[in-house]
Design a protein. Structure first.
Length: 144
């Protein structure tokens, strides 16, 4: 009986530690249309893609019901932390913002849009593990 109680207590302690660790993770900002226009591209003002700001942007077009999107999210968080100040990552929920998804011709999720230039961007479709995601980001944003 003592052994069961000890294992139960250890399980609770470990679970509490994992929960605390996950709750401290930095969340990626989710953009609605108004925030998107302010931070990425004011498509009402400029009909052709003309980005706002100068810091490289990685857009994650996702859906809450999409399993690969959920699997990608921790990798995006990790990338955001590693390149803090050098790269901005935003999420766009395609179900809540279909107009923005249409502007980038998003037809499946996840779709990643790499924005480094004032007037162009690169799109990648599908899940990436962290190493591939970082390699693609570094190649596109930092090695030109």
């Amino acid at each position: 009986m003592k052994r069961k109680i000890i294992y139960l207590m250890l399980g609770l302690i470990i679970s509490a530690g994992v929960f605390a660790q996950n709750s401290e993770a930095k969340h990626i900002e989710i953009l609605d249309a108004a925030a998107f226009k302010q931070k990425v591209w004011n498509f009402d003002k400029n009909k052709t893609f003309t980005r706002e700001g100068k810091t490289p942007i990685l857009l994650d077009f996702y859906a809450t019901w999409c399993p690969p999107c959920k699997k990608l999210y921790p990798h995006l968080q990790q990338l955001q932390e590693k390149y803090k100040g050098k790269l901005v990552i935003y999420e766009v929920d395609v179900d809540k913002n279909p107009e923005i998804a249409r502007l980038f011709n998003v037809q499946a999720m996840p779709t990643l849009v790499f924005v480094n230039s004032k007037t162009s961007y690169k799109t990648e479709l599908g899940y990436r593990d962290y190493n591939e995601l970082e390699k693609n980001a570094v190649n596109y944003f930092f090695t030109k």
